[in-house]
Design a protein around this ligand. Sequence first.
Ligand code: CDT
Length: 316
Amino acid sequence: SRTITVAAAQLGPIQKSEGREVAVGRMLRLLERAHQRGAEVVVFPELALTTFFPRWYTENLDDADHWYEQTLPSAQTQPLFDAIRRYGLTIYLGYAEVTHEADEQGIPRKRRFNTSVIIAPNGEVILKYRKVHLPGHAEFAAHRKVQHLEKRYFEVGNLGFPVVRAPIGRSGLEVNVGMLICNDRRWPEAWRVLGLQQVELVMLGYNTPAMNQDNRGFEAHHLRVAHSQLSIQAGCYQNACFGVAVAKAGTEDGFELFGHSIIVNPQGEIIAMATSWDDELIVADCNLDMCELGRTTIFNFEKHRRPEAYGRITQQ
Ligand code: CDT
């Protein structure tokens, strides 16, 4: 069978004052443990190298460059690349990206994205994704206890939802891989675009506040994690794929992010779940042949999908 062992490398909190070396040191320990436990793929959270900085307001974005990666690898992230080469691991890494790139008008300028990459053991970036669904707001919101300024810090991703068939880990087994980032997991359209490309393994990182400030009393606290898992389980079931969803968890400078990282199979079942809100590795064997059932029966897109009835989905 086509079985790969995957690991979700949940990270506990990273404080605002902690530099890249703190996060990278912890990630190296998780990579070593993933290798010891036989994993070939390791998934890290969204914005894994820093605190969840969109909670902090910066007037002038040029003063926020220190939160972004200018290059990958850099001197600070090189140890991650050395480790994956040593262990033969493929990884998903979420980070803030700053780049000089032409915009939609063809004018080169400084651009910022909430990005994830899949990196092969030899250090090659085999797929890049930029977050499409940016939650929160762009301006300081005085009524909020904590800001969620993703719309200030990032542009909407411009790479679509790509899927690539690539050799994975030490074995080199070929797998159709795709990515989402955090809020994307709540949007069925995002999963479906991946499903339409026969994705077998969706990797996604998240940073989700344990408290919903906008809940107006309607989202009970205990439903926060349930809504996250509901979205991931549905996405995997409806697109006949595995999902590895990985949190940055715990209390960062007084603000709590929930954990509960999960690995989900194409039946929508949770097959592994983190129980701490700290650094934690969970591992599962994924038999990719399981993707076949949904794909050839109830979710045989070619036979049963009715795109002619879905026009509204893509209307502005
Ligand atoms: N990072 C991220 O996308 N978090 C969102 C919560 C946003 S609350 C304003 C999420 O959907 O988990």
